[in-house]
Design a protein around this ligand. Structure first.
Ligand code: FA5
Length: 338
């Protein structure tokens, strides 16, 4: 019976027309078919009661299988569907596993920053990528003829709009909308017409932070920067604070991180052992005024953290060009999405 069963399934797999299926039916279930003959020619008198019962049950099962499979094949052939030709489909086999994918390292670091700042009472906001000249430059104390505009090579659009060169573009939008006091971060994509190298991209991410309230000083800024670095790296890291010039802060600073790839020994990624990571300062009164904030009672600080570079330091990525490479093997090295 086992041989007949296997032969039947093989014949059915090869039968791809209604005519071929009918021939299979005759071969097994016809008057002189193999199953019919087996039933007719078996001498039941020679079998014991137990054997008789087993044989009868197996024969019935075989007959039923043949009837059902032949009917299904005939229906499929009639309706023009291809008759399944491969081995019999086993519905009890486990399914094939689907991979969950993984999060991009920028997304991972951004999520972590959002968590840290939300814990300190900051809102998480976002602004448009295509920005007006006013919010990207003028409102930040950089009028058309200001030489500091040259520090950010800009992609201009024919419409007079531009691709935002920094997340600071969202500062005055935020002040206009929320007034003071306010605490917000705005992570986002920035675009600059730059020559690319291991630490410069034309498309990269920053995370801006803005806090405006009464009596805000450099001491508050440094306290928040320290808390941030401690939570991000979970260990002591060497930083240096030096004066930095940005028209929209006064005083302004550059907070550099000692390169974690080479330990400050100088490598192609950092150049001199340090990486510019978080420029920051106290918000310039002209910016507060542009946002409608009363500068006689309020002051604030702002920072523009290089999120892509932070991800490089956190995950030991030596070349910034990996982030936008679209190479799935790069992303697969990071934790799966949950
Ligand atoms: C700015 O963009 C200022 N808006 C930052 C700021 C905000 C200062 C608030 C004061 C107050 P800067 O051009 O230096 O500054 O860029 C900030 C950070 O973005 C840099 O330290 C660096 O980490 C990152 N960055 C800048 N250009 C690139 C680039 N081409 N590729 C990758 N990261 C970059």
């Amino acid at each position: 019976m086992q041989d007949i069963r296997e032969q039947l399934l093989t014949d059915l797999a090869a039968a791809d027309t209604a005519q071929a299926v009918e021939e299979v039916r005759i071969k097994y279930l016809g008057r002189k078919g193999l199953i019919t003959t087996l039933a007719k020619t078996t001498d039941f008198s020679k079998l014991g009661p137990e054997e008789k019962r087993n044989f009868g049950r197996q024969l019935n099962e075989l007959k039923q299988l043949a009837t059902e499979r032949i009917a299904a094949a005939a229906a499929a052939a009639r309706s023009g569907q291809a008759v399944h030709k491969g081995p019999a489909l086993d519905l009890t086999l486990p399914g094939s596993e689907h991979s969950l994918g993984s999060l991009h390292p920028i997304t991972l670091v951004q999520m972590e920053l959002e968590d840290i700042f939300q814990g300190m009472g900051f809102m998480v906001l976002s602004g448009p990528d295509v920005e007006t000249e006013y919010y990207n430059f003028d409102s930040l104390n950089m009028p058309g003829d200001h030489p500091a505009r040259d520090m950010q090579d800009t992609f201009w659009l024919n419409s007079g709009m531009l691709l935002k060169t920094h997340t600071s573009a969202n500062q005055v939008r935020t002040l206009e909308k929320y007034g003071a006091p306010v605490r917000a971060i705005f992570p986002g994509r920035c675009f600059r017409y730059e020559a690319m190298d291991p630490s410069h991209e034309t498309t990269f991410y920053q995370c801006e932070g803005l806090l405006v309230d009464r009596n805000i000083s450099v001491a508050n800024l440094i306290a928040v920067m320290k808390a941030l670095l401690g939570e991000i790296f979970h260990r002591d890291v060497a930083v240096r604070l030096r004066p930095g010039y940005f028209p929209f802060v006064e005083p302004g600073f550059e907070l550099d991180l000692q390169c974690l790839l080479c330990g400050g020994k100088k490598c192609p990624t950092c150049g001199d052992g340090w990486l510019e990571l978080i420029p920051c300062g106290l918000v310039h009164p002209r910016v507060l005024e542009a946002g409608g904030v009363d500068t006689s009672t309020c002051s604030g600080f702002a920072f523009g953290l290089g999120l892509t570079r932070l991800a490089m330091m956190k995950y030991g990525i030596q070349d910034i060009r990996r982030f936008n490479s679209g190479d799935i093997r790069f992303c697969q090295q990071f934790p799966a999405a949950v």
